[in-house]
Design a protein around this ligand. Structure first.
Ligand code: FEO
Ligand code: CA
Ligand code: CA
Ligand code: CA
Length: 679
């Protein structure tokens, strides 16, 4: 049977065909306009971006960052000082910038690197290679968040460069640590001997927002930024266990080698990216710096001088996003979170404070009330379609008595939340990325981008399970590593409709697949008009309740189509039937699993809306409160270019075209007849 959705919405656009063209395609009757690309100035004093790598490093403090990712639109009040949640023509857009591009399109001659370095892997190849500080400074500034006033001018949105709200937050910005890990011994650094502060936010991937009108940026795979080359014996066993659980071996140089500037650094601004102990003096002890990354960061978009706060009660992991359930007066505030690595967990935070309607849009002060105290849980999915939320706290004996790691206190639990989730037996997922809560019925959706056997899925340590049931090669049979190569979207309904509940029911909403794949791989019955691979971004419209947007970050189907965005009208948990996943073979020693899948997805309820330019990822979506404009981020077009300077070696020239270096950008999409987008 075909899912007709629960909302009665009708998708009103003609589906966009799959494409490998170097172009952004939207349906007929729609217009997509570039709002802000990497390097664009955010005030009137900063010159236009050359896009030739010749721009002054200091100017990047006031330029749009790189690798645009999660984003949110906040309506602006008439005074320009706070939120007006209904303002669809004048707002503050907050956009994440996940990383700075690796080949060095922002540097005149590309990123300096050892001659033998692998272009696709950054400068990490040579442990002793020193980086020019001018390059590091640009790269640091291109990370983080852009906060910018956007104003509707006629039918199109434009950046208002004159706004005092415009701001960049980057990998060097001063931040405060709040919650259970504040002032912990594990947070003490040379920069903050009280363990209350740190500098910078990195790998800002998915995002979130709060019911009180603030923005949340999420620190994803931050571990890759740290240099650590030291004998494990110079650390305690607990320190080594924590480093390794978070992916910091003792043989890593860090993604950009920021810890090795070519000139002396007397401020530890660069050396702090070394997670080791370089001498016995306190000023050279960087062992805890990495503990100050991996958090949810709250930003007040209406106060450009406010210091961002890292909310440690939400746990430390590879945060992909942080999505609130609809607040209910007298009940806790609840946020759902993914940990974007293969075989990691899904989490939720339940506040101690109960929601008061007077805090709606109250601004940053409410963050201290709702975000610094609460319960952190990890999800456990059972084969019978039920699940439980397992408490990560010393009050849970599984955590308190965990044999592999003796937690010292609650600060240690949130700092090493992944280890606490190991202790409670949470379910290892196929790369949990974005979540979204259906405003019509409170059901929670989360993308599981993909997994492969070379990352563990199907091994004895990470066997197939009902929530992560797939193990197959892609339809072309060219993938030597089997697994869940196209990803899926899981969803659950909290017990009693209460987001603070500790039990839930779940099923699998949608399985990614190629339309031409065998029926036992194309489990959702996808067609040429809606087939996709590797779901990542996810957003339930609040202007059009029941409309779900799905974005992809794919590498398996990109010979046939660039990454895309689809519109969906989902049904409900349990609307499908139990299915045995044949998998075209299962790992030795394992049997095929059964799972509960949603109804098949015809083009009536799932339809391709957009295809991006070459080698991009589609990630990040925001909308105006009237649903008549959506903002979509196009991340890293031309990612597989083999030169930063030779245009003939670029795989994309988007958005400028011609021989231009490619740039990440935010686009605004509107309907030519002025109607709501998608329906
Ligand atoms: Fe940065 Fe999780 O994609
Ligand atoms: Ca993502
Ligand atoms: Ca991704
Ligand atoms: Ca990416």
């Amino acid at each position: 049977t075909t899912d007709t959705g629960t909302s009665g919405l009708t998708l009103s656009f003609n589906p966009v065909a799959k494409s490998v063209a170097d172009a952004l395609t939207v349906p007929a009757g729609y217009t997509a306009t570039v709002l802000m690309a990497t390097g664009d100035p955010l005030n009137n004093a900063t010159p236009a971006y050359s896009n030739l790598g010749t721009d002054d490093a200091a100017s990047f403090e006031f330029r749009v960052g790189d690798h645009h990712d999660g984003m949110h639109y906040f309506g602006l009040n008439t005074a320009g000082t706070g939120i007006d949640s209904g303002n669809a023509s004048n707002g503050v857009l907050c956009s994440n910038h996940e990383v700075s591009e690796d080949k060095g399109f922002m540097h005149a001659t590309g990123q300096s690197r050892p001659v033998d370095a692998d272009l696709t892997k950054g400068v990490d190849a040579d442990v002793n290679f020193a980086r020019p500080t001018t390059e590091i400074d640009k790269e640091v500034a291109l990370h983080g968040v852009t906060v910018v006033n956007v104003v509707k001018n006629g039918t199109a949105f434009q950046v208002n460069r004159s706004s005092a709200l415009n701001r960049r937050i980057n990998a060097a910005t001063d931040m405060e640590l709040t919650g259970p890990a504040r002032s912990s011994d594990l947070m003490v650094t040379a920069h903050s001997t009280a363990g209350t502060n740190t500098r910078g936010t990195i790998n800002n991937c998915g995002n979130g927002y709060t019911p009180w009108g603030t923005y949340l940026t999420c620190e994803e795979n931050w571990a890759g930024y740290f240099y650590r080359r030291e004998a494990d014996t110079v650390r305690t066993a607990k320190e080594v266990a924590a480093f390794k659980r978070y992916g910091m071996s003792n043989a890593t140089s860090g993604r950009y080698n920021w810890s090795r500037p070519g000139s002396s650094d007397t401020t530890d601004l660069y050396r702090r990216w070394n997670a080791g102990v370089t001498s016995t003096t306190a000023a050279n002890d960087f062992r805890n710096v990495a503990n100050t990354f991996g958090w949810i960061v709250e930003i007040d978009p209406f106060n450009p001088t406010s210091m961002p706060k890292k909310r440690t009660a939400f746990g430390r992991f590879g945060h992909e996003g942080c999505w609130p359930a609809k607040p209910v007066v007298g009940k806790p505030i609840v946020f759902y979170m993914g940990d974007d690595s293969r075989n990691e967990y899904i989490y939720k935070f339940v506040s101690t404070a109960l929601w008061s309607a007077t805090d709606a849009n109250a601004g940053a002060a409410a963050g201290d009330k709702y975000m610094d105290s609460g319960k952190l849980y990890a999800a456990k999915f059972s084969a019978d379609g039920t699940g439980t939320w397992e408490l990560l706290s010393l009050s849970n004996t599984k955590v308190a008595t965990y044999a592999s790691y003796a937690f010292a206190n609650e600060a240690d639990v949130v700092i090493n939340a992944r280890i606490a989730a190991d202790a409670v037996g949470a379910t290892k997922m196929d790369r949990p990325e974005w979540g979204a809560v259906n405003p019509l019925n409170g059901e929670v959706y989360m993308t599981l981008t993909n997994n492969v056997s070379s990352s563990g899925r199907g091994s004895a340590a990470v066997p197939l399970d009902a929530a992560n049931p797939r193990y197959y090669s892609d339809a072309k049979g060219t993938t030597t590593s089997k697994g869940n190569v196209n990803g899926h979207i899981i969803r659950w309904k909290e017990s009693g409709g209460d987001h603070a509940a500790t039990a839930f029911n779940w099923d699998i909403y949608l399985f990614g697949a190629q339309a031409d794949a065998a029926a036992d791989v194309n489990l959702s019955g996808l067609t040429a008009e809606n087939d996709f691979s590797s779901p990542d971004g996810l957003w339930f419209s609040y202007a059009t309740p029941g409309l779900l947007w799905v974005q992809t970050d794919d590498g398996y189907y990109t010979d046939t189509t660039n990454c895309m965005m689809l519109a969906a009208v989902p049904g409900t948990v349990g609307d499908g039937a139990e299915t045995t996943i044949n998998n075209q073979g299962v790992p030795s020693g394992q049997t095929a699993v059964k799972t509960r899948a949603g109804k098949k997805a015809s083009t009536t309820v799932l339809r391709r809306f957009l295809v991006g330019p070459k080698d991009c990822e589609i990630t990040g979506i925001a909308e105006t409160p009237d649903g008549k404009a959506i903002f979509v981020n196009i991340q890293h077009p031309g990612e597989n270019s083999t030169s930063a300077t030779d245009p003939t070696q670029f795989t994309s020239h988007w958005p400028a075209g011609g021989s231009a270096r490619p740039r990440s950008a935010t686009v605004v999409i509107t309907r030519n007849d002025g109607g709501k987008v998608g329906v």
